[in-house]
Write a protein of this length. Sequence first.
Length: 157
Amino acid sequence: TAIAKHDQRTVTERRSFRNSMTGSRLAELRPDIWLRPANTPGPTPSADVLLTRGPLECNDDHELVRRLWPVDEINRRAELIRQALIDHRPLIDQGGDDTLATAFTLAAGAVRFLRVEPQLPDELSPDSWTPPEIRPLYDEFAIAFQARLKDFFASVG
């Protein structure tokens, strides 16, 4: 749990706090109170934030997860990214220069998704939770894309 110690902050300070919490994969329970499971390190301690670690007792863990994150939306986005990575990979392997822009855009979208998806532990993940499948698919995709880019730049240089 991360709690902002001061409620009288500038807009810039509030935005910075929000970005720090989101970047640490926390979700906002209510203004200035952010939570996440303890399976990732969490935010860096600072003088302006009270950090606590330990079990949280609640009646329904899955309901709390749904309150913190839009898990259905996250899963839909993960499924779209997963399928796009699978579908576009053979095109990279075939070597067409016309696929590089699409591959770049797809890789950027996957990275953007991976930076904010909550990395929920298995016991708190919904059934049919797709996000954990994205990282290994992206890693393979990125290796193939980088090799294709290298070939492309070698051919024009």
